[in-house]
Design a protein around this ligand. Structure first.
Ligand SMILES: Nc1ncnc2c1ncn2[C@@H]1O[C@H](COP(=O)(O)OP(=O)(O)OP(=O)(O)O)[C@@H](O)[C@H]1O
Length: 574
């Protein structure tokens, strides 16, 4: 019920369409009462031997034609406007879900599959359409029909109307039991559906690996497992549905049986006219229709509520990284970075960083080194505030990161990552991604500085070449150079390079290294590198070992010291 109320509250802007639809439904329901009444009148005329049957039936027929025409118009208004409101609301909900996903911290994503999250936007948000355009209007149609037809039944014959009501409590009870059982089943079904979409998305993204490792059979089995799971979940829900639907039909028939027995008796003892019995039976069909429909309506409602519930659960998720209400926007930092007694872990009991103390002066280039998995990338994630430290502080220009707006922190940092993500667009669009208002001259200058201009101009459409999903049409080195150009263009006081030159050949690496050395001048640069040859000129080398800073100094100082760094250099023949 809470979910339904929330849908109603959130969709206020579109209620006018619902009201228009409901108005049309009310008119259509009233119009539907005419046909049984006309049949009753016609039967009365026939049984009474009226001399003017022909002209009277012509008149009734023409009125009925008009009534049907009006009903068609009302149904169009109801169908179109309720869907209009529904799809506007669904679009709003989809955007809200997407926006929420954009603002959740990276920890939220660590145990989710992309396809699973897509299911929130694609499938679950659509549940609101079912509620808005089907469940709510149908509830009104059926409710109004029950009231109006019930009134007609009691007007025709009170004892017979009471007999026909015998099955109503049974039908309501069956519906109640059904909804109790079916709601969790439809909820489970939506979850399994998301799992299936997650696995599918995962496999489609990794198709190259599947083929290269000849894993088609095992992946087919993995897909089979989730597809079967989805099939079983839906069948479990359908089993309940298909049991209840005939049961409700049966209960409705019990009422009709009573009406036939008692109706026949009442007519035989003169308590009821034949015409009244005909009219009564026709109205009764209209009466049981909505009661039976309640069960399928229940099914739709349960599915829709389960989907909406999942959407609202996501919308209510709190981001782990929260911006303070009075967070200040910092325009251009000088670039001093301080880590103060910093502790961090992804999972409790598995510390990744312990009591890290580090001061980086504006304009300095520092290198983070250490064996794989020691926490170098984690530090860059913390500087971007993708995560918050478990203890300790990060300060930019002596201000705690938490007191700044997330937008302004990230406006001061450029990243060049080891796994560059490019969007499906043109080369140009990808370079200006972080600075949409850059001029063409600035963009080309950045591309030149990143040693990307010559390969870009050699592409079939130059800067306007479409690079395909995730830059599929570019080589690793070309992608990396676009990512460097992107960072150069942003011209931020802080630059983070995580294995920035890893995908380049030695010659290109040397050229890009020169470009990087040039752009790192005058800005604070944090370099994460495995190839120690690339960082020997850094102002400060920070050696991480066992979650702590093991050594700190320049290349020469650390070599002289003969510790962890010296050993790493020895291993790389430096
Ligand atoms: N999202 C995550 N959830 C859980 N654990 C994580 C996550 N990201 C990293 N880790 C773990 O945290 C530790 C530090 O990872 P990090 O990526 O910072 O290391 P790194 O030094 O940058 O490694 P590499 O040099 O291989 O890139 C590793 O043990 C890693 O498995």
């Amino acid at each position: 019920m809470k979910t339904v109320l929330r849908v109603l509250k959130d969709s206020r802007a579109y209620h006018r369409y619902i009201w228009l639809g409901i108005g049309a439904i009310a008119c259509s329901t009233l119009a539907s009462l005419y046909a049984p009444w006309a049949m009753q009148q016609l039967t009365a005329l026939i049984t009474s031997g009226d001399a003017d049957i022909a002209s009277k039936s012509l008149k009734m027929g023409l009125i009925l034609l008009l009534v049907y025409l009006l009903q068609a118009i009302f149904n169009y208004i109801k169908g179109y406007y309720t869907h209009l409101g529904a799809y506007y609301y669904v679009a709003e909900l989809r955007l809200a879900v997407y926006d929420k996903l954009q603002h959740l911290s990276l920890r939220f994503y660590s145990d989710k599959q992309t396809g699973q999250l897509m299911s929130y936007v694609m499938n679950d948000a659509g549940g609101a359409e079912r509620l808005f355009a089907h469940v709510f209007p149908d509830l009104v149609v059926h409710g109004l029909t029950l009231l109006a037809v019930g009134f007609m039944l009691f007007t025709i014959n009170v004892p017979l109307a009471l007999v026909s009501l015998v099955s109503v409590p049974l039908i309501i009870f069956a519906n109640y039991v059904y909804s109790k059982r079916a709601l969790p089943l439809w909820g489970k079904n939506a979850k399994v559906m998301a799992e299936m979409s997650g696995t599918l998305q995962d496999n489609l993204s990794g198709m190259k690996e599947i083929q290269a490792f000849n894993q088609q059979e095992s992946e087919k089995e993995r897909m089979r497992a989730v597809i079967d799971k989805e099939r079983d979940a839906i069948l479990e829900a359908v089993k309940t549905d298909e049991f209840v639907r005939p049961l409700i039909s049966f209960f409705s028939s019990v009422g009709l049986v009573g009406v036939i027995i008692y109706g026949g008796y009442f007519t035989s003892v003169g308590q009821m006219e034949v015409a009244e019995l005909v009219g009564f039976t026709l109205y009764l069909n209209l009466f049981y229709g909505p009661i039976s429909a309640l069960s399928s309506l229940n099914e739709s409602a349960n599915m829709a509520i389960a989907s909406c519930q999942r959407v609202f659960d996501l919308l209510d998720q709190e981001s782990e990284v929260k911006e303070l209400s009075d967070a200040r926007s910092v325009s251009h930092l000088a670039g001093k970075i301080e880590l103060r007694r910093l502790d961090f872990h992804y999972h409790v009991g598995q510390p990744v960083l312990k009591e890290i103390d580090l001061i980086i002066q504006p304009g300095q280039t520092i290198a983070l080194v250490g064996s794989t998995g020691v926490g170098k990338t984690t530090i860059s994630n913390l500087l971007n505030r993708f995560y918050d430290p478990v203890a300790g502080q990060i300060l930019f220009d002596d201000l705690d990161l938490k007191t700044m707006t997330l937008g302004s922190i990230r406006n001061n940092i450029s990243m060049v990552l080891q796994d560059t993500f490019l969007f499906n667009g043109t080369v140009y669009e990808n370079i200006v991604y972080g600075l949409k208002h850059a001029t063409k001259e600035q963009t080309i200058a950045a591309a030149k500085a990143a040693n990307a201009h010559s390969f870009i101009t050699a592409l079939e459409d130059g800067y306007e070449t479409l690079i395909g999903e995730r830059g599929l049409r570019l080589s690793g080195g070309q992608k990396q150079r676009l990512s460097i150009a992107r960072a150069i263009l942003r011209d931020t006081p802080i630059l983070i390079m995580d294995e920035a030159t890893s995908a380049l050949d030695t010659e290109t690496e040397r050229e890009i290294q020169q470009a990087l050395d040039t752009i790192s001048k005058g800005r604070t640069t944090v370099v994460i590198a495995h190839r120690l040859s690339t960082i020997r000129h850094a102002d400060l080398i920070v050696v991480l070992d066992q979650a702590q800073i093991a050594e700190l100094g320049t290349h020469e100082e650390l070599i002289q010291r003969g510790g962890v760094y010296a050993r790493l250099c020895q291993n790389q023949h430096i």
